[in-house]
Design a binder for this molecule. Structure first.
Ligand SMILES: [Zn+2]
Length: 332
């Protein structure tokens, strides 16, 4: 009787289960992108909880098993997840090692900022290969969506068309949110994104005219809402928002950490206090994974309003995260 039941159970349970592609991502932001592109075909697991600092995570041992069984692994591919190589090694899944078909480097083709001329980690710099917090710009997330679509298509070519269609829809949705639907219709999302990456968007929009007015008048979405932030002074705890700052045109006065990942000295805080005063900056923006008490204390010394905000995508999704950042920057 047992021998008869077992094959039946396998038959009933297998079709829907076997069809799913197992995806493990390091950050919840990539998780959002993988779900957007993978839809019902993907089962997505996130290693770093959204309220933790990805630089200093110690992944739970159970994640090595998840990675061992996964079809696709997504990581930034820079210094951010220093624990990812160890996780991959423990999982010993050759299909997901960097360079293999089942590995997606989220930073692939992203226009990196803060890339030092020489890689130097001697003073504890955790951004030695360039700023790794690429998810802070939705323009970079268009590339992440496409990189994940390419990865899913490599490991599951039968659904390649489906993945490409979903990535296209997700990119179009982001474009409308970043630039406003009208400007996207007039110029095209890819052109606008390329100009934004090169820091040439605002010059282009001021120069080009449509119906006797500069294209700047058509700017909507997050960039339209953040128009008043151009050249506005900003102080942050860690250089978290470099890509968003570049997109919005904010001016960085300084960071509390003298180098990414390095604790401030009293001398550095004194220098930053003087710079913050001269600049007219009003608030200290910090990711909520930095201790709120310490952020308040340092903000008090700097003469700034403390503002702790979520840094990674939560249940409400990536666009809600960008909305929250913009609200904090605008002081709402
Ligand atoms: Zn960092």
């Amino acid at each position: 009787m047992r021998a008869l039941l077992l094959p039946l159970l396998v038959l009933v349970a297998s079709p829907a289960q076997a069809a799913k592609v197992n995806v493990v991502v390091t950050l919840s932001d990539y998780g959002w992108a993988a779900r957007a592109v993978g839809g019902d075909a993907a089962r997505v697991s996130v290693v770093c909880p959204p309220d933790q600092d990805a630089h200093f995570l110690a992944p739970r041992p159970s994640y090595a098993r998840l990675v061992a069984e996964a079809d696709l692994f997504v990581a930034t591919g820079l210094d951010l997840e220093v624990w990812a190589p160890v996780l991959l090694q423990k999982a010993a899944n050759a299909k997901e090692m960097p360079g293999a078909a089942g590995y997606v480097r989220a930073a692939e083709s992203v226009h990196l900022l803060d890339v030092p001329a020489v890689v130097d980690r001697s003073q504890g710099d955790v951004h030695a290969q360039g700023n790794p917090h690429l998810h802070t710009s939705p323009v970079n997330m268009r590339r992440v969506l496409r990189n994940i679509a390419a990865g899913l298509s490599r490991v599951d070519p039968a659904r390649a068309t489906e993945y490409a269609a979903r990535a296209k829809a997700a990119v179009a949705d982001l474009d409308a949110r970043v630039f406003g639907a009208e400007l996207v219709r007039l110029v095209g999302g890819d052109t606008l994104a390329a100009l934004a990456e090169k820091g040439r968007l605002h010059g282009f929009l001021a120069e080009k005219r449509y119906k006797d007015a500069p294209l700047t008048d058509r700017l909507g979405g997050w960039l339209g809402a953040g128009r008043t932030l151009r050249d506005a002074p900003l102080v942050t705890w860690h250089p978290n928002w470099t890509y968003l700052r570049h997109l919005l045109g904010l001016r960085l006065v300084g960071t509390v950490e003298p180098k990414p990942g390095v604790q401030p000295t009293p001398g550095h805080v004194r220098t930053l206090t003087a710079a913050a005063r001269t600049s007219g900056a009003k608030r200290l923006l910090a990711a909520s994974h930095f201790p709120a008490g310490r952020v308040r204390e340092i903000a008090g010394r700097l003469g700034l309003e403390p503002s702790s905000v979520p840094f990674h995508t939560g249940d409400a999704g990536y666009p809600a995260l960008v909305d929250a950042w913009l609200a904090a920057l605008l002081g709402r």
